[in-house]
Design a protein around this ligand. Structure first.
Ligand code: FAD
Ligand code: NAD
Length: 468
């Protein structure tokens, strides 16, 4: 039986990064992945393919709606969905190939097959050809990720009633896409098809979009997606039934007064969150505990209740984000090597890749109120930015929240052009515990979108923005 110092189960961003860091630190490392394609949800059916389609659909939408104003005349642009999906597959393949290269470079043994514990230190891998291999491992990192959740009584047939995985591989543009869930997946994939011409209806249980982020962001995004893509919303509505017949799907939802709406479309995307994935992992044989929601329980050091077994990423508590999983992978590897790593969970940025993009870090205004913290708020609209006017991206704003007494930045919330990248300035500033005045006094290149953060910080620190 082959013996390893560390075995990682699952090759998503948590797992493959953990494996690389373990190998860098000198551990004999194995990575078990049930699919032949490494990279997990993120590379194969998540972050990367969704962003590839978001970019393609954005080009098309711009060609239709903003080229003319820029003085560019193109005759009736058309979508070739097959080609668009093919390009997306190419992007995924290139990225997955990159992971294969990194595994070889770091001398990590990749074992393809479904891994399950047979004891605390032994893992059996069931391979596609029916054969089995058992390995022994001193330490194991569980990084088995998540799968789409469903709703009770709703059957996802993967043809008309679909999850994000199928939505990334459609062969036609939906005429009317009904989306259950106004969260990140619903809005990103809704944007893709809305830009390509689908009518999009969003049924959301809460009273607004992206409900876990600062409320102001959801409000602005609701307005802009309606204005630009014609999104229709059913907030405060709980879906009670979904059925499909031939090419038609029917979604029934109910508001808080018990009033029903019935929507008919040709596709229904169920995007109501994701569940931790531990199916047939043999957790009982290793003695690893899960919580009531099926998430693997870990302590502050990401160790499970069993010595030598750790868990990271979507399969444990916390935000289901690729970069959070990566940080946790590095954390466990370095802890195993006797180092003292640290993750600042308060400063994990969240991004929604709609247009305008949405990005956030730190505490929201609602959380500050809930905690009874005294704070100052400053904001700056992109319509006052010269750079945004030049590119015709004037929707959105940046909001900076700072401690009322010390001026320390406590939260930054952005909706606007390229804020997915811009949020990192706020993360760095907050990591170094900057005050709003610090950000306001840093020289920002002109003209850039980033000047809007400086202006919002000046507004927060002493109500003295320059350009407003
Ligand atoms: P995963 O990426 O889910 O990987 C787990 C791996 O483990 C899988 O490959 C699985 O096959 C394997 N596995 C499971 N069980 C076993 C077993 N028993 N044996 C062997 N292998 C096993 N996050 C972002 O930060 N930014 C984004 O833009 C973003 N976009 C997304 C878009 C979509 C459509 C979706 C669905 C998700 C998106 N996410 C995004 C979330 C992100 O994909 C996840 O947070 C991230 O992939 C979690 O990483 P992970 O390593 O924990 O698990
Ligand atoms: P989500 O939690 O973001 O949104 C789900 C939404 O569905 C919520 O707003 C919820 O209120 C609503 N909902 C739940 N039950 C409902 C019902 N019965 N009727 C109507 N609405 C209902 O989940 P998601 O969009 O499925 O995404 C899953 C995970 O993937 C998220 O945790 C997210 O972090 C991750 N993800 C991240 C990105 C990114 O970082 N850009 C992109 C995609 C996915």
């Amino acid at each position: 039986m082959e013996k390893y110092d560390v075995t990682v189960i699952g090759s998503g961003p948590g797992g493959y990064v953990a494996a690389i860091r373990c190998a860098q630190l000198g551990f004999k490392t194995a990575l078990i992945e049930k699919y032949p394609s490494l990279g997990g949800t993120c590379l194969n059916v998540g972050c990367i393919p969704s962003k590839a389609l978001l970019d393609s659909s954005e080009h098309y939408h711009n060609a239709l709606h903003s080229f003319a104003e820029h003085g560019i005349e193109v005759k009736s642009p058309k979508v070739n969905l097959g080609k668009m999906i093919e390009r997306k597959r190419g992007v995924v393949k290139m990225t997955v190939d990159g992971i294969n290269f990194l595994m070889k470079k770091n001398k990590i043994t990749v074992i393809t097959g479904h891994g399950s514990f047979t004891s605390k230190n032994t893992i059996e891998i069931a391979k596609a050809d029916g054969s089995k291999e058992t390995i022994e491992s001193a330490k194991t990192i569980i990084a088995t990720g998540s799968k789409p959740s469903s709703l009770p009584g709703i059957e996802i047939d993967k043809k008309r009633v679909i999850t994000s995985t199928e939505a990334l591989e459609l062969t036609e543009i939906p005429k009317h896409l009904i989306i259950i869930g106004g969260g990140v997946i619903g809005l990103e994939l809704g944007s893709v098809y809305g830009r390509l011409g689908s009518k999009v209806s969003v049924v959301e249980f809460m009273d607004g979009l992206i409900a876990s982020m600062d409320k102001g962001l959801g409000k602005e995004l609701t307005r802009v997606l309606k204005k630009d893509l014609g999104f229709e919303y059913f907030f405060n509505h709980k879906v009670t039934g979904v059925s499909s017949k031939g090419k038609e799907v029917t979604v029934v939802a109910e508001n808080k007064n018990g009033e029903k709406v019935e929507l008919k479309g040709d596709y229904c995307l169920v995007a109501v969150g994701r569940r931790p994935y531990t199916d047939n992992l043999g957790l009982d044989k290793a003695g690893v505990k899960v919580d009531a929601r099926g998430k693997i329980e870990v302590d502050a050091h990401l160790k499970t209740n069993v010595d030598g077994i750790y868990a990271i990423g979507d399969v444990i508590k916390g935000a289901m984000l690729a970069h959070k999983a990566e940080e946790e992978g590095v954390y466990v590897a370095e802890s195993l090597a006797g180092q003292k790593p640290h993750i600042n969970y308060n400063l994990i940025p969240g991004v929604v890749y709609t247009w305008p993009e949405v990005a956030s870090v730190g505490l929201t205004e609602e959380q500050l109120k809930e905690q009874g913290k005294k704070y100052k708020s400053g904001s700056f609209p992109f319509k006052a930015s010269g750079r945004a006017r030049a590119s015709m991206d004037t929707d959105g704003f940046i909001k900076v929240l700072a401690d009322a007494e010390t001026d320390e930045v406590l939260g930054v919330h952005m909706i606007g052009p390229r804020v997915a990248d811009m949020i990192m300035e706020a993360v760095v500033a907050m990591e170094f515990r900057a005050s709003a005045e610090d950000i306001g006094r840093i020289c920002h290149a002109h003209p850039t979108f980033t000047e809007s953060l400086k202006e919002a910080a000046l507004d927060a620190t002493a109500k003295r923005p320059i350009h407003m």
